[in-house]
Design a protein. Structure first.
Length: 163
């Protein structure tokens, strides 16, 4: 190694650094077989963890897609029912069923009348009072299949007669 004490040029200094770097690149100390195997093992563990994360993300997206489809089917049916008249046959007290398009297996809604059900429906302590007349409670359930398992989405709403 050369030590520059007084006069030196920048070009000579740069060349000297470059020569030192090249010498370090050409040493005979390589990687052993054990080091290569360990490096490959670490790399493969990283790749496998990325693969499992990708599988988890795909499964999550598939589940979310089914939930979205069932929620959309429920919302469509609710809007259809709310657009109908209070006296329509779809609002007769009881259970109503409609078939669905895959993956939706069926859409069911149960209509109950608040008029004479023997309970306080509006949260106060009075049972079957005047303000509960002309109101029907509807529980809409969408049944669907998610990877062969039966699942449901349930939404409750009310339909009131307009006086």
């Amino acid at each position: 190694m050369t030590i520059f004490v007084a006069d030196f040029s920048l070009e000579q200094f740069t060349v000297e650094i470059w020569v030192c770097k090249m010498k370090s690149l050409y040493n005979n100390n390589g990687m052993t077989l054990i080091e290569v195997i360990v490096a490959l093992a670490v790399l493969s563990i990283g790749i496998l963890s990325l693969y499992s994360m990708q599988i988890g993300a795909l499964n999550g997206n598939a589940i979310a897609s089914k939930i979205t489809e069932s929620s959309n089917a429920a919302q469509d049916k609710i809007e259809e029912l709310l657009s109908k008249d209070y006296g329509d046959s779809d609002f007769n007290v009881g259970t109503h069923t409609e078939g669905g398009v895959a993956p939706i297996t069926s859409i069911n809604w149960v209509v109950t009348s608040w008029r004479s059900d023997g309970i306080s429906n509006d949260g106060d302590t009075y049972i079957d009072e005047f303000d509960e007349r002309g109101v029907k409670a509807v529980q809409l359930t969408v049944n669907y299949l998610d990877r062969g398992k039966a699942k449901t989405t349930t939404i409750n709403f009310i339909k009131a007669v307009i006086f």
